[in-house]
Design a protein around this ligand. Sequence first.
Ligand SMILES: NC(=O)c1ccc[n+]([C@@H]2O[C@H](COP(=O)([O-])OP(=O)(O)OC[C@H]3O[C@@H](n4cnc5c(N)ncnc54)[C@H](OP(=O)(O)O)[C@@H]3O)[C@@H](O)[C@H]2O)c1
Length: 340
Amino acid sequence: MKIALIGFGTVGQGFIDILQEKSDILRTIYGFEPTIVAVATRSRGSLMHPNGLDKTALLTAIEQGHLNNYPDTDGLQRDLPVLDLIDQCGADVMLEASWTNLDTAQPATDHCLRAFQNGQHVVLVNKGPVALHYDLLQAAAQQTNRQLRYEGTVMAGTPSLTLARESLAGCTITSARGILNGTTNYMLTQMEQGVSYEAVLADAQAKGYAEADPTADVGGWDAAAKALILARGLFGANLTLEDLDVTGITDITLDDIEAARQAGERYKLIAEVTAEGGSVRPVRLPLADPLAGVSGSSNAITYETDLLGGVTLSGPGAGKHETGFAMLADLLAIMRYKPL
Ligand SMILES: NC(=O)c1ccc[n+]([C@@H]2O[C@H](COP(=O)([O-])OP(=O)(O)OC[C@H]3O[C@@H](n4cnc5c(N)ncnc54)[C@H](OP(=O)(O)O)[C@@H]3O)[C@@H](O)[C@H]2O)c1
């Protein structure tokens, strides 16, 4: 499988690490032998070689700060613009691991459309295009008879979408309700120990959980983008961010947390979607709710189903290898898939 990797930051590097560490197992057990034919960044160069790039040399070059540090070889092309690189690289699959833009989802959406035009399957960990332009992408996938996969956009490599769509196939899912943002869950968990909102936000930023501008996390917008993806992917619901009722955790005080504790409850930022709509808001959950016990930066989701009742999955919702694994899982799924 020839792969083009657009975005070579934390997740892209985590994905290449996994390919390196598990290459023997991937080949012998799964028959999976990936070749990286192109890698692109925004400010640290791009590389393309139709016969494949050396994974160790790629990681060394980016660790040294720029893909220009990759050694010269016959046939290597440097610094092609991303769309030209997608046109010329001959990949079977394009991985979109560039920056999430929840305003326009660009330029990642154009990367995906260009990949489909070139007959490539598309795998995203970037939420933007799936949250904002799902129909456009799905139509392009269908027209070109290629797959659109995006497991890593919700709960990283914890298989929230695959569980719902494959393992629960045949059940009717009536709602999805989850803790989909690790930063705010970490903050609420710390606040239960009496740490103020301001102090825990500073702590989350210092630990790298929260961005310098934390609005997407604490305002509920990151969870809302994931709710849209679930609404689309599970229910076919044509929602936009404006259709969701979104409230973050910015107004939650230590007094609120304490009042919940005294009532035997716990505050969680809950994203909920059904076929009709959805919301993201802080909710006081009874301790018996499986989501109430999910602490720290973990994520979890409960699917309400007709045949099984509630089914809850919890696990990491972010991380270099946790999200890199999501791309591997999607690639293995593409490899297994045989159209009828
Ligand atoms: N990190 C996580 O745990 C996690 C979990 C789930 C989903 N995600 C999603 O996965 C994606 C990647 O996350 P990350 O943590 O790896 O981010 P990151 O470390 O900031 O890396 C982003 C990469 O994308 C590149 N990039 C940005 N704009 C680009 C463009 N227009 N064309 C080509 N490359 C571009 C950046 O280039 P430079 O190297 O020049 O900056 C960088 O290499 C994001 O969309 C994120 O929301 C991340």
